[in-house]
Design a protein around this ligand. Structure first.
Ligand code: SF4
Length: 90
């Protein structure tokens, strides 16, 4: 069973099922990382990531979310788990 895409304004987000799957994977990986160290990245890395998001064509400036995965970029940028590929190779 698939769910329709989610629309906020003119932008389209992935289906809720996919957003929930990404959230679940991020939570599980964050717990796994926290078991051996800090699950957070330094503030300068957060700032670098958010600057990339703000220049990204997938970023929704109204909601401050990523339309590719549905994440709230200001939250996810702090996590070591499941970094966006554009944060690694912009
Ligand atoms: S998380 Fe990645 S794809 Fe999403 S807005 Fe940021 S840089 Fe773009």
């Amino acid at each position: 069973m698939s769910f329709p895409v989610v629309r906020y304004g003119k932008l389209t987000y992935p289906p809720l099922s996919r957003q929930m799957m990404e959230l679940g994977k991020t939570i599980v990986e964050t717990i796994r990382i926290a078991a051996v160290g800090t699950p957070f990245v330094p503030q300068d890395e957060v700032d670098r990531r958010l600057a990339i998001c703000e220049g990204c064509d997938e970023w929704d400036a109204d909601t401050m979310r990523c339309t590719r995965c549905g994440c709230w970029t200001k939250k996810k940028a702090h996590l070591a788990a499941r970094p966006c590929e554009r944060w690694i190779t912009p």
